[in-house]
Design a protein around this ligand. Sequence first.
Ligand SMILES: Cc1cc2nc3c(=O)[nH]c(=O)nc-3n(C[C@H](O)[C@H](O)[C@H](O)COP(=O)(O)OP(=O)(O)OC[C@H]3O[C@@H](n4cnc5c(N)ncnc54)[C@H](O)[C@@H]3O)c2cc1C
Ligand code: SF4
Length: 326
Amino acid sequence: MYPFTYTKAADTREALNAGRRGGRYIAGGTTLVDLMRETVERPGSLVDISALPLREVTVTRSGGLRLGALVRMAEAAAHPKVRSLYPVISQALELSASAQLRNMATIGGNIMQRTRCTYFRDVTAACNKREPGSGCAARDGYNRSHAILGTSDSCVATHPSDLAVALAALEATLHLLGPDGERTMPFADFLLQPGSTPNREQALKPGELITAVEIPAHPRPLRSGYLKVRDRQSYEFALTSAAVALHIGGGVIRAAKVAAGGVGTVPWKLPAVEQALIGERPSDRLWTEAAGHAADGARPLTHNGFKAELLTRTVERQLRTVGGTA
Ligand SMILES: Cc1cc2nc3c(=O)[nH]c(=O)nc-3n(C[C@H](O)[C@H](O)[C@H](O)COP(=O)(O)OP(=O)(O)OC[C@H]3O[C@@H](n4cnc5c(N)ncnc54)[C@H](O)[C@@H]3O)c2cc1C
Ligand code: SF4
């Protein structure tokens, strides 16, 4: 390790002041400390935000759900309101990392985690995300786990968060607080595709904090769930994943929310799949037809061509499970 300063913010004002002076927020520390050990990240000053009052889970007046940024992944997954209103969130969290990590790691930190691209984590490799302009070792390297959607010539890394896939599907909003005050932002605009600046990963302004995630009220009853396909059954990131939420009334699909993980440079919303479902009656044929749009626009690399078909099958299976014809 290298020298850095550490302060623990007693309240939000103290945290923002330290953030404004260039301090880097640390919540559960489960990913930032790793990256510091590997010298991928070298913040000169850490601001511990774990004591801030951002640990509430509340049902909003409109019937949506608000998760404070410092709610632990395990707490959120087990919360009765999360389980009953949005099982897709509980399942995405429970299928993430390990029990020990979920007990420490927070909702805000999970959204902010950085890619697991091995070249990004190897400081001797070329990586435009870590060192702009140095190249991308993954493009022509071993890219089995990399993205097939939203890639650019500069970067092909996936976003690793499972929770973020559920948030993308459910069209969540982020609550942010910074030196200029509070603002909200659709989650869809928060994580940035790489383009020519893969080092710029989120739309946060300097010193801004995520304070909460809000899921809007969706028509009820809403059936939802998360399917994650990976090389091992636990403690592994997704090769592909699907978050699905369906509102079925009078035997017809009235609302459909679908997103995929493990395949995009950001969590990947699937509007063509959603459109194919709305107004239709659940059937095996419908799931297959709708899932046929899941990999629209995919551009596989040398080692990850299998992901397009795996994604289609993942989405189809999860539509069938959530839609009730499994
Ligand atoms: C071995 C291993 C396996 C894992 N497997 C999975 C998996 O399968 N699926 C998955 O989704 N995740 C997985 N993870 C990632 C894990 O979920 C993250 O490490 C965790 O969610 C990060 O949360 P944290 O609170 O510890 O973040 P920290 O390490 O404290 O912070 C991470 C980043 O977020 C920033 N930050 C934190 N809170 C805020 C805030 N409120 N506002 C603004 N910035 C903030 C920090 O500055 C830092 O840049 C795995 C991690 C490990 C180590
Ligand atoms: S894919 Fe992105 S993160 Fe991985 S080496 Fe290339 S630029 Fe770096």
